[in-house]
Each structure stands twice: as structure tokens, then as C-alpha cells.
Design a protein around this ligand. Structure first.
Ligand SMILES: CC(C)(COP(=O)(O)OP(=O)(O)OC[C@H]1O[C@@H](n2cnc3c(N)ncnc32)[C@H](O)[C@@H]1OP(=O)(O)O)[C@@H](O)C(=O)NCCC(=O)NCCS
Length: 176
């Protein structure tokens, strides 16, 4: 299995009605064993929240049978109100930020390069100086994966009382 056979397609805010069920379907499969977690049950709310934001940008990978293999999405952070600022002592000179919200790949497509392709495709399409993401602190291997893609941990954050504790990670764009 190699990710090079996957076709990557871009979607924007106006495409949300078309892709909503695909995103939810992949999520429910990937998190099937953890769907008793109320945070995971809220995924459709998050899809609508992110998908409704100005500049929403989503890349979905499709296999040769047109089945989704995984996806990545996010949206630009509101200028001047980037929440990562509180984690830095000195602010970067350029601050236009793309908030990278979700990345997930179906089991069959793990360790094939699909996740990295999705991430790069999404980031290469952004006109921003920084990418920010949150990763569950109990998933150090995922954090290490992001570090290998150019991110650095700048702090920790729990955005909702029922959400996990997350590491806050920043990367410079464009990716090298
Ligand atoms: C994150 C993801 C896209 C990376 O795909 P990939 O580049 O093919 O890499 P892998 O799946 O091999 O993941 C890298 C390592 O992180 C671990 N990992 C991945 N997702 C994990 C999770 N949700 N919880 C704990 N560990 C996880 C993997 O087991 C793997 O460890 P290993 O090297 O010991 O096998 C994919 O693992 C995935 O879809 N995970 C579930 C959703 C998720 O966690 N998304 C990230 C949210 S920040």
C-alpha cells in the first residue's frame, strides 16, 4: 500500500454539505473504540463549527475506488486574537496563523505516507506564516510525528472542561 495512489482533493466552506458525512464516517470508524467518550461524540458539532469558518480548508484523500482514506482540515485564526500568543514569551515577527484542526487516516492507510501527504497538501495551500495544532498529551508518538513535520511544542492547554489536555504545537510556513 502506498499513498502515491491516493487522489487528494481540496474543499472549502461552501463544500461542507457535500463532504460532511464523509468526514463524520471516517471519524466514527477511526474512533470506533472510543465513541463512549463524550468529546468524540461531539465530532459533528466540531465539523460544523470548523466547516463554517471563513477560509475553512479541507483535503480528503480518495483511493482508486473513490473511498476516503483520510482527511486534514483547518481554518485561519482570527487576526490579532491568535490564542497561541499566551504560550510564547517573544512573539514571532509574522503571525498570520492557520489553525490545523483535524488529521485522521483510516487504519488501512496508516504508515503509508498518506497522513504526511494530506498534511503537506493542506499546508501548501495556505497563505499563512504559522500553523498551530493541539495534540493530546497522552499521545506522545503523535506529538513526535508532528515534530518530524516541523512543529515544536510551545505549551499545554485544555480548551474545554471535558476535553483532553493538549500540547500546543507551532510550525513555520511554508514548510521546508
Ligand atoms: C495521526 C495519524 C494520521 C498518523 O498516521 P501515520 O503518519 O500513518 O502514522 P501512524 O498511524 O503510524 O502513527 C504514528 C504513531 O502514533 C501512534 N498513534 C497514532 N494515533 C494515535 C492515537 N490517537 N493515540 C495514540 N497513539 C496514536 C501510532 O500507534 C504510531 O505509533 P507506532 O509508531 O508505535 O506504531 C493516524 O495515526 C491517525 O489517524 N490516528 C488517529 C487520529 C489521530 O490521533 N489524529 C491526530 C489528532 S492530533
Amino acid at each position: 500500500m502506498t499513498a502515491s495512489v491516493l487522489e487528494l482533493r481540496h474543499f472549502a466552506r461552501e463544500d461542507l454539505p457535500q463532504i460532511r458525512q464523509t468526514l463524520i464516517g471516517v471519524h466514527n470508524e477511526v474512533y470506533a473504540a472510543e465513541m463512549d467518550d463524550e468529546f468524540n461524540q461531539k465530532f459533528p458539532w466540531f465539523v460544523d463549527h470548523w466547516g463554517g469558518r471563513p477560509g475553512f480548508s479541507c483535503v480528503i484523500a480518495y483511493d482508486s475506488d473513490d473511498r476516503p482514506a483520510g482527511f486534514a482540515y483547518g481554518a485561519p485564526a482570527e487576526s490579532g486574537r491568535e490564542w497561541w500568543r499566551e504560550h510564547l514569551t517573544s512573539e514571532p515577527k509574522k503571525t498570520r496563523t492557520f489553525a490545523f484542526s483535524e488529521l485522521m487516516v483510516r487504519e488501512k492507510w496508516r504508515k503509508t505516507g498518506a497522513a504526511e501527504r494530506l498534511h503537506r497538501e493542506l499546508m501548501d495551500a495556505q497563505d499563512a506564516d504559522l500553523a498551530v495544532l493541539l495534540v493530546d498529551v497522552t499521545h506522545p508518538k503523535v506529538q513526535a510525528l508532528y515534530e518530524s513535520w516541523g512543529y515544536r511544542k510551545v505549551g499545554e492547554r485544555q480548551p474545554f472542561p471535558d476535553s483532553p489536555l493538549f500540547a500546543v504545537m507551532l510550525a513555520n510556513l511554508p514548510l521546508t
